[in-house]
Design a binder for this molecule. Structure first.
Ligand code: LIP
Length: 263
């Protein structure tokens, strides 16, 4: 990114610092103590340490901003218009299984809109950065969503609900509908990276149900700043409130949304 704002620099610094801690722990993942968070969904001590690092960095630099993180209670700021939305470890299941596909996701929201985003994948040393109105970048390379128009050439990503989630049948219907019409569907297990990959033109689109604000906040801005479209699966709802998202290149966004809305 050519000229990052002070806030973005703070976010990058926090993400890199947490990334170093997560990489150290990832190398010893078998020794980590983990605690069950729910069926099929675990949180590790590494996750909590990373959140603490990010929180300390961000709140020392901007003590008046609010905080919404995956591993802690929401804390309103003395500035009610701004809050950090943070997933210190997106792709926790991958991490716990030693799969090097996970990321740190940090978004800054102002008056209900995400204005800055950092998604950092330390295992691949890829840092995705966006600022509202200034574009999206990956390691200093400007990002654009894909230009493909023909669905049969496109790759889409999603998250398949696990652990007995009631959302599974709908996603299976989406897969049955989409798989024959595309070049393939991926389920890599880190929503922030799924969205970053749409921004980078690696995926042509992505959709998911049951996704939380910290999984999607930063990635949504990356997609929009790379020229893509984003919206909820549930018509007329907010993405955060409905916990649903579709993100895609502008040529396929309506079609993808239409298909998954029918499920
Ligand atoms: C996970 C996502 C994953 C999604 C899961 C979960 P976590 O986040 O990134 O892709 O399918 O539902 O939300 O728990 O690893 O931060």
């Amino acid at each position: 990114m050519t000229q990052a704002s002070a806030n973005v620099n703070i976010m990058i610094k926090a993400a890199r610092k947490a990334g170093r801690s997560l990489v150290r722990d990832f190398n010893e993942v078998e020794n980590l103590q983990v605690s069950a968070k729910g069926p099929g969904d675990f949180v590790s001590r590494a996750d909590m340490r990373a959140e603490e690092i990010i929180r300390t960095e961000l709140t020392e630099a901007r003590p008046n901003y609010g905080w919404l993180g995956e591993e802690s209670e929401e804390v309103p700021g003395t500035d009610p218009t701004r809050r950090w939305i943070v997933d210190p470890l997106d792709g926790t299941t991958n991490y716990l299984h030693g799969l090097p596909h996970w990321a740190i996701s940090i978004a800054l929201e102002h008056k209900g809109q995400v204005v800055a985003a950092v998604v950092y994948d330390p295992a691949k040393d890829e840092i995705f950065v966006a600022e509202k109105g200034s574009g999206a970048w990956m390691n200093d390379r400007r990002l654009r969503v894909s230009g493909r128009r023909d669905m049969i050439e496109m790759i889409f990503a999603t998250g398949v609900p696990f652990g007995g989630s009631p959302l599974l049948p709908k996603t299976l219907r989406d897969l049955a509908e989409l798989t024959p019409r595309t070049a393939g569907i991926r389920r890599w297990g880190a929503a922030a990276l799924d969205l970053a990959y749409v921004a980078a033109g690696r995926y042509d689109g992505y959709w998911e149900r049951g996704i939380r604000p910290w999984d999607m906040a930063a990635g949504l801005l990356l997609v929009r700043e790379a020229g893509g479209f984003t919206g909820p699966i549930q018509e007329g709802a907010g993405m955060f409130e409905s916990r649903s998202v579709v993100a895609a290149n502008p040529h396929v966004f309506e079609t993808l949304t239409g298909i998954v809305r029918k499920s």
